[in-house]
Design a protein around this ligand. Structure first.
Ligand SMILES: [Fe+2]
Length: 245
């Protein structure tokens, strides 16, 4: 079975539409998401609706928790909180119900697991070999027999613990988990990439042979930027789309 994993769509429907067109060409059997459908950009309701219609499974991101009223966002920096609350005011009751019902982690086919930030905590960043080493040592992580898919950092790639125990970075190209290894893999962000490549990012996971392939998709960044500015959302979020940061 071929599974597409999308993360951190962040209300960027221009990016999501381009990814959806790519998915229509590649025809995965299932689509899953890792949360943060809302926040930062200008089209949260469209992105939530798309996930409701097309995603087989998903988990809740920290911005979704604020956008559905499950969290206050007091721990966010001011601009991010402003955008999350802006999303909250524009999501329909059906969308809010959907976001409220998302779990913080779940298993999918191939023994793989979905989390937003880290297996130990949805709001934690796995952004270094040391952090990955800690997370791969948790009991929680040991339950997954396949890769653990995570988002939150908006950087495509990940980490693998080799059989000997050494943890290494995984570049966002192609990867296959070998017996006795554990991996934390990040599809990158659809709606606000921060790895200096402004193209939308996602990955495909073949549950039959375990192969993971990252995909980048160019989209109309200017259209998404214009919507952020026209909505009166913080300018820095328009700039991040242009710069891929
Ligand atoms: Fe995010």
């Amino acid at each position: 079975m071929n599974v597409a994993i999308l993360s951190d769509i962040h209300a960027n429907f221009d990016a999501l539409s381009a990814v959806a067109a790519e998915l229509a060409r590649r025809r995965p059997d299932r689509i899953h998401h890792l949360g943060d459908l809302a926040g930062y950009n200008a089209q949260p309701e469209e992105c939530v609706r798309w996930a409701m219609a097309h995603a087989a499974a998903g988990v809740s991101g920290n911005h979704d928790a604020v956008a559905c009223g499950r969290a206050t966002g007091r721990n966010f920096h001011a601009a991010a909180r402003k955008a999350a609350l802006w999303s909250r005011d524009r999501i329909s009751p059906e969308g809010r119900d959907y976001l409220s019902g998302l779990p913080v982690q779940r298993f999918i086919e191939g023994g793989a697991m979905l989390v937003h930030g880290a297996p130990s905590e949805p709001g934690r960043y796995v952004d270094s070999v040391d952090h990955a080493d800690q997370e791969l040592s948790t009991l929680f992580a040991s339950v997954a027999t396949g890769p653990i898919f995570f988002g939150h950092t908006h950087e495509a790639g990940g980490f693998v613990r080799r059989r000997g125990g050494r943890v290494e970075s995984v570049p966002a190209r192609e990867f296959r988990l070998l017996p006795g290894e554990r991996a934390l893999l990040n599809p990158g962000s659809v709606g606000q990439p921060r790895d200096r490549d402004r193209d939308a990012s996602f990955l495909l996971f073949d549950t039959d042979d375990g192969k993971v392939t990252w995909v980048r998709v160019p989209y109309d960044v200017e259209a998404a930027r214009r919507k952020v500015l026209d909505a009166g959302l913080p300018r820095e979020f328009a700039d991040r789309l242009r710069d891929g940061t």
